[in-house]
Design a protein. Structure first.
Length: 396
């Protein structure tokens, strides 16, 4: 009997006219009467634009950090939480004084727990527009609107090494709590070495949990005190070298901005391949002056004319303030997720004016650049501007 040949590209090409003929002759009734396509329903369940949640528990972790447990709000239309990969975040929305704000928070619970809840840890930022409001107003029973899970600070076996060295600073520990839990419970399979940096022992979050977890190694690093059983200093090249394996490893980093610069210098010393270094988005740039390509402004602030859904509004934007912050403060409900220039969810058209976009947070695609789109979360005005802002899927 002749062996059947494996189809090649030409065989697939020959199928095209056949398929076109079949599609042309197919009855259209079936398609017209389908109200929800299975693929669309699946996509909506996996990547919902909006999730309606309820705060079901609040746990203080330190004087300025609280852990919030969020469960689906069935009455508001969210039957189940969207599944996620350890390391992803949700963007939560807060409405206050007639303005709509959003902030991304890493999911700190494990992927398996998404069957019931997510947990996020919120640090009170002095003078912040959102975190003090959350601390002072969210309690058991509070309704919360959030995006679906997003981000790419996740373990990918095809890209990442079998061992991951994680450098966490302060509340930047949250995605690693999720990753560590995932490894510990067996839903992720890699070797995790966690270098957890804090100022003092009392600033370490989830210590009892980490100490009780199996299949991970945790090293606590204190910068402001020396204690037996703890490393002293910062997660620099020396420390990473001391705990990393001899062969290949990936390095995941999440912490304050200063930590990225510090660890960034270390990666060069260590000669790590670029694909093995993963930095979680550091959030908005609040200090553009520290950027190497900083472009000074000729005024302290500029006006931004906003065109949204056929209406116009003008807001004031500081020269060193992101346009997204000015939009939120000015009562414009603008789409956003990562707030660090990466995801592209906030992109809007720059109709006129000049901007400064730091090279380190310019995550625009080539098409965006060519057709005059900007990411307002990572863009600063350098003249009066006019921008076209799309509607926010979470509403006003
Ligand atoms: S919110 Fe992600 S690029 Fe602006």
């Amino acid at each position: 009997m002749m062996k059947k040949r494996t189809p090649d590209l030409f065989d697939f090409l020959k199928m095209v006219p056949e398929r076109i003929k079949k599609a042309e002759n197919a009855p259209s009734d079936e398609i017209r009467h389908v109200s929800t396509y299975k693929a669309n329903a699946l996509a909506a369940a996996l990547h919902p634009a909006v999730q309606h949640l309820t705060v079901s528990a609040v746990t203080p972790l330190s004087p300025d950090v609280k852990l919030y447990r969020l469960t689906p709000d069935k009455n508001a239309g969210t039957e189940k939480l969207a599944p996620f990969s350890a390391g992803e975040y949700i963007s939560v929305t807060v409405k206050k004084d007639g303005c709509t704000y959003s902030r991304p928070y890493s999911i700190a619970s494990s992927p398996l727990e998404a069957e019931y809840y997510y947990e996020i840890a919120v640090k009170r930022v002095k003078g912040g527009a959102v975190s003090p409001y959350i601390h002072d107003n969210w309690a058991v029973g509070t309704s919360v609107t959030a995006s679906g899970p997003c981000g790419d600070f996740t373990y990918e076996p095809l890209r990442d090494a079998k061992t991951v060295v994680c450098a966490a600073g302060g509340v930047g520990i949250t995605p690693f709590r999720s990753l560590a839990r995932a490894v510990s419970e067996g839903s992720e399979s890699f070797d995790l070495i966690l270098l957890y940096c804090a100022r003092k022992e009392e600033d370490i979050l989830f210590k009892n949990e980490f100490d009780a977890m199996s299949r991970i190694k945790v090293v606590y690093v204190l910068s402001d005190e020396e204690k037996p059983g703890y490393e002293h200093g910062f997660a620099g090249a020396e420390l990473i070298k001391k705990y990393a394996p001899a062969g290949e490893y990936s390095l995941f980093v999440c912490g304050p901005l200063a930590m990225y610069r510090f660890v960034g210098a270390a990666t060069e010393k260590l000669g790590l391949r670029r694909k093995f270094v993963r930095l979680e988005a550091a959030g908005e740039k609040n200090d553009p002056k520290s950027e190497p390509d900083y472009t000074p402004a000729d005024k302290e602030s500029y006006t931004v004319k906003v065109i949204q859904n056929g209406t116009e509004k003008t807001v004031e934007c500081g020269a060193d303030e992101t346009i997204l912050r000015a939009l939120e403060r000015g009562g414009v409900s603008a789409p956003s997720r990562c707030r660090s220039g990466e995801c592209g969810f906030c992109h809007c058209r720059l109709v006129s004016g000049k901007c400064y976009i730091p090279g380190s947070s310019d995550g625009r695609r080539e098409a965006d650049r060519i057709y005059g789109y900007i990411h307002p979360c990572a863009t600063f005005p350098r003249s009066d501007l006019t921008v076209e802002v799309p509607d926010n899927p979470i509403g006003d």
